[in-house]
Write a protein that binds this ligand. Structure first.
Ligand code: BV8
Ligand code: ZN
Length: 276
């Protein structure tokens, strides 16, 4: 049975050397971004295989762009919540070293909303394993141009369609010429997120970091999508510890050493020693 003893968890933090956090949609829930699989989750309302696969995009880019335009608009309106702020504060050595004196810290987030602020130091302390909503990629193999684009709307053809998507009504009629185009070569562009069946980002770097980790925090994820679901077990197999922060019981907590049930925007700042 996992422990929820906060003092014992603080002792563990004090002796941890390399800490990783694997985060999911629950981290951004308090910012008003819907999760995928829970109550009101996006994959309950929309078909993941039509909207979040390369095959879905080839078949109907209009449908897919409407979905991602809707999510871009929602993310642009959202603000980081206390759980994002706790993780970004914890990534600062001057703050973290007060509770975990000799530790490193890396946040691996599955979220694509850009709400986790990048760390201020020179280390790659934030890894967005499933890409970013605001990266826009050229689909032409000869070009491969990538642009960071936060325009609202991203193009006139999608303006206002977010209201239809929110109502569960995707309109397949937008012509391909009215969808976002590559700024360099004019080809059809696509959202810069990692779809099912595609290779997640920075896997080698993550493998290296996870191989050294002695504590894994699992925050607001159902632990369903591979490979993110594997890192906690890897850390534990090498004798490290796992702490799960989730609103409810989840697949990732079966073998956890610590389990903090409740909204992570409340449990995480306290567990990381940032509030009382
Ligand atoms: C890969 C970006 C090869 C896009 C996402 C069959 C067919 C095809 C593929 C597969 C298959 N079977 C298995 C696979 C592999 C597949 C996979 O894992 N599928 C599973 C789901 C069946 N994975 C892949 O295809 C990956 N690529 O495997 O490449 C490879 C890899 C490594 C090595 C060699 C080869 C690529 C997966 C990327 C998919 N894209 N996102 C987008 O966002 O549109 S992943 C998808 O699930 C979501 O989009 C999300 O990012 C991710 C994880 O979900 P969660 O974040 O966990 O969200 P969820 O709603 O499930 O859970 C929320 C949790 O929060 C809940 O537990 C809830 O209780 C909790 N919560 C809510 N509120 C709070 C809270 N907790 C705390 N506080 C709160 N306030
Ligand atoms: Zn191009």
């Amino acid at each position: 049975m996992p422990s929820s003893d906060i003092n014992a968890f603080h002792d563990l933090l004090r002796s941890s050397k390399n800490i990783i956090a694997v985060a999911g949609a629950g981290l951004s829930a308090a910012s008003g971004i819907p999760t995928f699989r829970g109550a009101g989750g996006m994959w309950r309302k929309y078909n993941a295989m039509s909207l979040a696969t390369p095959e879905g995009f080839s078949k109907n880019p209009s449908l897919v762009w409407q979905f991602y335009h809707y999510r871009r608009e929602a993310a642009l309106k959202a603000q980081p919540n206390p759980a994002h702020i706790a993780l970004s504060s914890f990534s600062l050595p001057s703050i973290r070293h007060q509770i975990a004196p000799e530790s490193t810290f890396t946040l691996i987030t599955q979220n694509v909303d850009g709400l986790s602020p990048p760390a201020a130091d020179e280390q790659p302390r934030l890894i967005e394993i499933h890409g970013r909503l605001f990266d826009v990629l050229c689909t032409s193999r000869d070009c491969d141009h990538v642009e960071f684009n936060t325009s609202s709307p991203i193009c006139e053809g999608l303006a206002g369609t977010e209201a239809h998507v929110a109502a569960g009504d995707l309109d397949p009629e937008i012509p391909i010429t009215s969808l976002p185009r590559c700024a360099k070569c004019g080809s059809l562009a696509r959202p810069g997120v990692v779809w099912f069946g595609e290779m997640p980002h920075k896997l080698d770097e993550i493998d290296e970091i996870a191989a050294k980790a002695d504590l894994c925090l699992v925050v607001g994820t159902s632990s369903t999508a591979r490979p993110s679901t594997c890192y906690a077990a890897e850390v534990q197999d090498r004798g490290g510890k796992v702490a799960v922060f989730n609103l409810d019981r989840s697949k990732g907590d079966r073998d956890a050493d610590y389990l903090f049930l409740g909204p992570c925007e409340e449990t995480l700042p306290r567990a990381l020693g940032l509030t009382n």
